[in-house]
Design a protein around this ligand. Structure first.
Ligand code: GLV
Ligand code: MN
Ligand code: MN
Length: 414
């Protein structure tokens, strides 16, 4: 039986707009950091939207939200879709949000079309896909998949000394973290809709990308301990300036990423904290972040090794202490063939052009793919811009992606 699926793009666009205004930044920027009062307001709003759509809500101990449309066979494994609504500082409004609100609209469209799914369809809003607060991304999906142990999660502390344990308890989430993990087989399939966050679809003028692989991310915190002192009194030959050492290291990291021989290797230093941070005081301690990624795991690990070597050399040359704390080093994920095929079939059915595409950003699907056949659908974002306020995806592209998602969920849930 052919479904008559209608996406209400106007309502979806207005929901994206509403959520964008629940933010700690001035529009068009969006900042929504996990478990802040703003994030809590956004969660409550989203749960309200899901309830209005007739979905049954469950929240787990880390705040992952599950909104379920019960299938006709309650014993059958579910079909999952969703993404995140937390946003890094000074972000745009589409990253993650398109997958959550698009997923919700896809479910509403299926209900309007009177689909009777055999498998339940479950919308997920994952907690803290962004690493902003606790230093590690995909917190919710790592715990769901067992990629992060509850014990390690209990050790997470933000920069103000607040623990994940405390902030989740403050949010009323008082079950044990051990209860978060999902068994293999809980999901029969998982599909995430997302903006590409890269330029390929926009440049090629192709409206859809079926993701085949997700690149391997890693991140570390590096602390450089030098010697502080008076900016006038300490002569240049006597200095062990932690920021000058950090500057050399930052450039060495860039060089290491540029010299692997592949454009698929990328590295970024996005945080640099200088202590004590006074104009007339030599920096005694600097902390930098490193984000390193590659489509190839061995090459990514080679990059991490090159960063270690550079840190050692800078430390020797400048007589400063350098310590590295590896926060994560994850393997890449292959999207499940069955999901790639289901997404491709939906695009073909609607006579939509699509490209197979690699995700260079990480996503919760990276971890859900460890416990379920999983895949992703990308839509273009203008210029490939993301993680900045001018991130933009057109209503038309969002509506089209949502329609393909709905079609795919229909076929997977039959
Ligand atoms: C996700 O936000 C990423 O950094 O890839
Ligand atoms: Mn992001
Ligand atoms: Mn995202």
């Amino acid at each position: 039986m052919s479904l008559s699926l209608q996406i209400d793009s106007a309502r979806l666009a207005s929901e994206i707009e509403t959520l964008a205004l629940i933010s700690d930044a001035q529009p068009p920027a969006v900042t929504r950091v996990v478990f802040t009062p703003t994030d809590m307001r956004a969660r409550a709003w989203l749960i309200g939207r899901c309830e209005s759509a007739g979905l049954t809500i469950r929240q787990d101990a880390v705040g992952n939200v599950f909104a379920r449309w019960q299938g006709s066979d309650p014993a059958a494994s579910a079909i999952g879709t969703g993404s995140h609504i937390d946003a890094i500082p000074n972000a745009g409004r589409y990253d993650g949000v398109v997958g959550v609100l698009g997923g919700l609209e896809a479910i509403r469209a299926l209900r309007r079309a009177a689909l009777r799914p055999r498998h339940s369809i479950e919308l997920l809003m994952f907690t803290s896909e962004e690493p902003t607060r606790f230093g590690i991304g995909c917190l919710g999906s790592r715990l769901l998949s067992g990629a992060l142990s509850p014990e390690a999660a209990r050790g997470l502390i933000d920069k103000d000394g607040e623990s994940l344990e405390q902030v989740r308890l403050n949010a009323g989430l008082d079950q044990e973290l051990e209860s978060v993990r999902l068994p293999q087989g809980y999901y029969r399939a998982f599909v995430e809709l997302h903006i590409e966050q890269g330029p390929v679809l926009d440049r090629e003028r192709v409206p859809l990308g079926v993701v085949t692989r997700i690149a391997a991310p890693a991140s570390a915190r590096i602390t450089i301990e030098g010697a502080g002192g008076h900016a006038g009194g300490v002569l240049m030959p006597d200095r062990h300036d932690a920021l000058c050492a950090a500057a050399e290291l930052v450039l060495a990291i860039e060089y290491a990423a540029r010299s692997t021989g592949s454009v698929d290797t990328v590295a970024t230093v996005g945080i640099c904290e200088v202590f004590p941070g006074a104009v007339n005081s030599i920096p005694s301690r600097v902390r930098i972040s490193v984000d390193a990624r590659d489509t190839d795991l061995a090459r990514r690990d080679g990059l991490l090794q090159a960063v270690e070597t550079a840190a050692h050399q800078v430390s020797e040359r400048r007589a400063v202490g350098i310590t590295t704390e590896q926060l994560n080093a994850d393997a890449p994920a292959e999207c499940a063939l069955a999901i790639v095929e289901a997404l491709s079939a939906a695009c073909r059915k609607h006579e939509q052009k699509f490209l197979p595409i690699i995700s260079r950003a990480y996503h919760d699907t990276l971890f859900i793919s460890r416990i379920a056949p999983a895949g992703m659908l990308f839509i273009p974002c203008r210029g490939g811009y993301s993680h900045r306020p001018d991130e933009y995806a057109s209503v038309e592209d969002i509506g089209r992606g949502t329609l393909m998602l709905a079609e795919t969920l229909a076929s997977l849930s039959a």
